[in-house]
Each structure stands twice: as C-alpha cells, then as structure tokens.
Design a protein around this ligand. Structure first.
Ligand SMILES: [Zn+2]
Length: 311
C-alpha cells in the first residue's frame, strides 16, 4: 500500500472550519501553515489513542510533537500493538515526560511479516507479560487490546477463541494493576463489549468503535468511554455513533498514523481538532465545551495523566 506523507497544510481542516462557520475562542486556526491553538482559560485536548511509536514518525517525531502541542494537545496516550515496541514507547514517554503517556498491551492482530497478519494467541502474551510487569508503575492503561473478527484474520472459532483468551488475560492484568483498558474492536463490537462486561471490566476506552450505536449504548450503560478519530469526517458509521453517544462518554483520539481525515495520508495527533470540531457541530455545543468535557472524561478514565492537565 502506498503511503503519502503530507506537509503541514491542513486543507480539510480549513474547509471544515469554513463549513462550520466556527468562531470564538478557543479554536484552531491556520497561521502560516501551522495549526495554532489559542488557549483561553483551561487545558487542551487529550489524544487518548495514538501509535506515536510507529516507524512513520521516526524521522520527524520532534516536529510532530511540537505541532500537536501547538494544535492544543496536552497529552498523548501512546498505545502498543506487540511486545517488540514496548521499550520504544517507554523511551518516548521518557523523552517527552508529562506529554507522552505509555500504554502497553497485545493487539488482537499481529504481524507475521510485512503485509501478512494473523490473530493474536497466548504465545504473543508470554513475550509481553514480563515487560508489562517491569514497567507497570509507569503505565496509564493496558492497550491496545481487543477483538478483531475481520474475516482475513480469523478462519474459525479457534482463532476467535485465541483472541478472546488474550483479551481476558489482559483484562485481569489491568484489574490487578488497577489500570483501564484501551480497547480495539473491529467487526466484533458486540462480542467485545459482552466480554468486557462478563469479566467485570469497569474502566475501558472503546477506540474507533465500528459497531452499531445500539451496541455502543450497552457500553455506555457499563460506564465505558468511546474515543472518536478524525476519520469521522469521512465515516457515516462514526457520525451516527456520535449522534447517539452522550458527550459524557466521549473522548478524543487520532489513532495516528491511521484514521486521519484523508485516507492513506499519515495522520498526526494535531488533527485532534478535526474530531473535536465535528463533535461540537453534531452536539450543538461550543468547541470549548467539547474540549473541556472530553478532557475531563479522559482524566476520569486515565487519572495518571493528571500531571499534564493545568487546572
Ligand atoms: Zn490503534
């Protein structure tokens, strides 16, 4: 798959602002080619789920972090997919203390070789457990964990069962460490929420949830939060979801480098404003209210990020 790397321009964002006729602080604006955030009274955005350790950011991580701050981000939650990247995530959290916060976990889909993937199994967890244990004091969540029943990753019940076992084990680890879960679900919305509830999970973020709003509302009843990526501007399913979800259960995320406003273009945490602006329009509230409520939600779910938030 070809990946294009955009420059600093954010044409979509500008077009969106124009279409929303957004005015009044706090807001994102394009000054030169950089999004600038105007802090008016309190804090900013929390990107509750991004892959900042991805190799797509190796070349310009400093710039990416700086422009995310200028766009109003006050904290990035860096999620992991496999044990091989745990050390890199911890290093990044040390390089950007109080800004990048580490979450370690085993993703339901694992790479076999470039372009080849399979569902996770308990062996993947064996490699991860000692490292999670080693860094447990530093973690703000266990993640990215979850279920992915996309047909190309599961060829039968056994594969689904393997993924379930990996998730159940990690749910128990999170409970023992008193940490929330940062959860992926694809083509598995209902089974994911069901499993979390059955295993007594009380603190969970469902990221980029692709299930029906009625299923998401079951999660709301259980006290779960749902994070919305910038791809909402091109996803009818996400738009329907936001309409139904109460703002009190919504968080923001970018899932960078994936799920950006433009398909196949590298996404960055600075695009978080795009999610926030879309939610503000759908809910008929100010951008500031979206920022404040989603950040309070993030704080409630991930209390260990509080060092990043100014009162
Ligand atoms: Zn992710």
């Amino acid at each position: 798959m070809e990946r294009r790397f955009p420059g600093k321009r954010c044409v979509l964002h500008l077009a969106l602002r124009k279409s929303l006729r957004m005015r009044g602080p706090p807001r994102c604006a394009e000054v030169g080619n950089v999004l600038i955030f105007h802090v008016v009274n309190m804090h900013g955005y929390v990107d509750c789920h991004c892959h900042i350790s991805a190799r797509e950011f190796d070349e310009d991580i400093e710039e990416v972090v700086e422009s995310s701050k200028q766009a109003g981000c006050v904290a990035l939650l860096a999620v992991a997919e496999h044990a091989g990247e745990f050390d890199k995530i911890i290093e990044l959290s040390r390089r950007f203390p109080g800004f990048i916060f580490p979450c370690l976990g085993v993703h339901p889909v694992q790479d076999v070789s470039p372009g080849q993937q399979r569902g996770s199994s308990l062996q993947d967890l064996d490699a991860a457990l000692p490292i999670i244990e080693k860094y447990k004091e530093h973690l703000v969540a266990i993640g990215e964990v979850g279920l992915d029943f996309t047909p190309r990753f599961v060829s039968g019940e056994t594969d689904k069962e393997n993924q379930r076992n990996v998730l159940i084990r990690q749910a128990h680890i999170a409970k023992r460490l008193d940490l929330p879960l940062n959860v992926h679900s694809r083509s598995a919305g209902r089974p994911t929420i069901q499993l979390l509830k059955e295993h007594g999970v009380h603190k969970a973020l469902l990221h980029a949830f692709d299930g029906k709003p009625s299923v998401a509302l079951e999660g709301v009843k259980a006290g779960y939060y749902f994070s919305i990526p910038p791809s909402i501007i091109r996803s009818e399913q996400k738009q329907k979801l936001v309409k139904q979800l109460p703002l009190e259960n919504i968080c923001l995320e970018t899932d960078s480098p994936a799920l950006g406003p433009e398909k196949q273009v590298r996404n960055e945490p600075r695009n978080i404003c795009i999610s926030a602006e879309y939610i503000a329009r759908v809910k008929g509230v100010s951008l500031q209210e979206v920022m404040e409520v989603t950040t309070q939600n993030a704080l409630r779910l991930f209390p260990k990020i509080k060092s990043a938030i100014r009162p």
